[in-house]
Design a protein around this ligand. Structure first.
Ligand code: NDP
Length: 479
């Protein structure tokens, strides 16, 4: 514990000395990391509010389908009129079961085995796919971690087994996930809290890299936003990559398949809305795994520390709230008109195109240091300089052409278009499936502001030149 206190003191000294400088480029730019040094009252209140309410919010959205056909207002009306009480709602909800615990234990263990024990071979025969051992981005302490990128392979093996079971072996019903959904919520919460608490304690007692830890004086903030940057067990078990990428994201497409199987079982057919949700979300998930090596350079891995926000979020929030549309469609089997289905498909595909192309353009631009072609022309950019924590002067480029010249975060805009398409696939009967677009808008707008604050601290006047050249964030002419 004393080494942790000494470490904290060292970081604070560094920061104080950097704040003492008058130059635009500070030694360690404020806000360069994905969490604060000092916690104001507003952040602390938000952290405590989230810690206390997020698990109940997830329960609410799943429970309303189980008990109220996915009506969000009905339980509130019943509570208000006295027809129901919090206790009666809670009592009606399925609770923890050992069957769900067994399913979840098998699931997580299987994903650990695939992650740790099956080195990637898919990159050897899939042209253009970057798998196998890959470098991450440089951490604030100057380390470059190595990662075994085998997410696509894990996804393929898992889905091949799922298919083989459904078609030939019949070891379990394809509706198994849906049939145990609320008991599984208990199990995911247990793992989510266990892993966040373990990461928190580990940061004090045996951090993977002490120089990459970040403390505030506030225990709630440390717990939620994380202390360690890249906690690992042994050389290869990386908490961030494992929990971010599996078991939640591999499960995403299986959860949707389980919902489709339930529709088939209940009604004898699968609606076109369910097929659309399955297809559009599968594209998004596959894109994630195809680009897993690229993902090592995104904000989640490059700037966020590993705490409850990522640990619990990946175990609980993602699998339960990112799949609300499929759940809704089990209880409300919406059959869309051809025009409606075509519009949803178009919105989803255009959103995906904007999302992927924008990310690809930045990746290409940065990899080739601007020596590439964007929309058939040499890219334009702004030269930037910044100082890293160790005082070194570095140079970077901010592209001002292609999608990055239209707005500063069109990748988020594309993501939001895709998210809206999933929701719109559910028709307009209830607001329940639209929670996702509301959440994604808050997440990505907040992320955009957070990222721009960091970039402004990092690049100073050069960032101002960039924002003058590209004035809008997400929607040209509006925001
Ligand atoms: P970005 O990929 O947009 O990366 C932002 C960083 O890119 C900046 O910090 C800066 O880093 C660099 N940059 C900014 N402007 C430029 C420019 N003009 N030219 C070159 N580089 C620039 O952010 P994320 O990592 O947040 O997002 C990656 C993707 O993941 C997005 O498409 C997002 O939609 C998606 N996502 C999805 C989530 C989900 O839950 N579904 C959650 C989070 C993200 P530097 O310091 O290197 O200059």
């Amino acid at each position: 514990m004393s080494s942790a206190v000494a470490m904290e003191a060292t970081w604070r000294r560094r920061r104080l000395s950097s704040n003492g400088g008058a130059s635009e480029m500070t030694e360690e730019p404020a806000g360069q990391w994905g969490r604060a040094w000092e916690v104001d009252w507003f952040s602390l209140s938000a952290v405590i509010l989230l810690l206390c309410t997020a698990p109940f919010l997830v329960f609410f959205f799943v429970m309303v389908c189980d008990q109220y056909q996915c009506s969000v207002s009905q339980p509130l009306v019943e509570l208000y009129s006295g027809e129901a009480t919090l206790r009666s709602i809670w009592d009606k909800a399925p609770s923890f079961t050992w069957t769900a615990a067994q399913i979840y234990t098998v699931w997580v263990s299987f994903q650990v085995v695939l992650y740790m024990c099956v080195p990637d071979i898919t990159h050897k025969f899939l042209p253009g796919y970057a798998g196998g051992v890959q470098d991450g981005a440089r951490t604030p302490a100057g380390l470059i971690n190595k990662y075994e990128i085998n997410g696509l392979q894990s996804w393929l093996i898992t889905h091949a087994l799922w298919y083989a079971n459904a078609q030939y072996f019949h070891w379990f019903s394809p509706t198994i996930i849906f049939d145990n959904w609320i008991p599984l919520l208990w199990c995911t919460n247990i793992l989510g809290y266990a892993v966040s608490t373990f990461a928190f304690v580990k940061a004090y007692l045996f951090p993977t890299n002490a120089e990459d830890c970040k403390f505030t004086g506030n225990v709630f903030y440390n717990y939620m936003m994380g202390i360690e940057f890249n906690p690992r067990i042994g050389k290869w078990f990386d908490f961030k990559l494992f929990f971010n990428g599996r078991p939640g994201i591999v499960a995403w497409t299986l959860i949707n398949l389980s919902y489709a199987a339930k529709q088939q079982e209940l009604y004898g057919y699968v609606t076109n809305s369910m097929i659309l949700v399955n297809v559009l979300q599968a594209i998004y998930v596959l894109d994630f795994f195809w680009n897993e090596a690229w993902y090592l350079k995104t904000i989640d891995i490059c700037h966020d520390h590993f705490g409850w926000y990522l640990g619990w979020g990946d175990c609980v929030w993602l699998p339960f709230l990112y799949t609300l549309q499929g759940l809704y469609l089990v209880y409300n089997p919406v059959q869309l008109s051809t025009a409606h289905a075509a519009a949803v498909l178009l919105l989803g595909l255009v959103g995906y195109y904007v999302f992927r192309s924008t990310n690809h353009q930045k990746d290409l631009f940065r990899r080739t240091e601007g020596k590439c072609s964007i929309w058939g022309e040499k890219p334009t950019f702004i030269e930037c300089a910044y100082r890293s924590g160790d005082g070194g002067l570095h140079h970077s480029k901010l592209m001002t052409s292609g999608f990055w010249g239209v707005a500063r975060h069109l990748n988020y805009t594309g993501d939001l278009m895709g998210s809206l398409a999933y929701c719109a696939a559910c028709g307009f009967g209830h607001i329940h499936p639209y929670f996702y677009i509301v959440y994604m808008t808050i997440l990505l707008v907040h992320r955009c502001v957070r990222d721009e604050h960091r970039c402004s601290s990092k690049y100073g006047k050069d960032w101002k030149r960039y924002t003058d050249a590209v004035p809008y964030r997400l929607l040209p002419g509006i925001f």
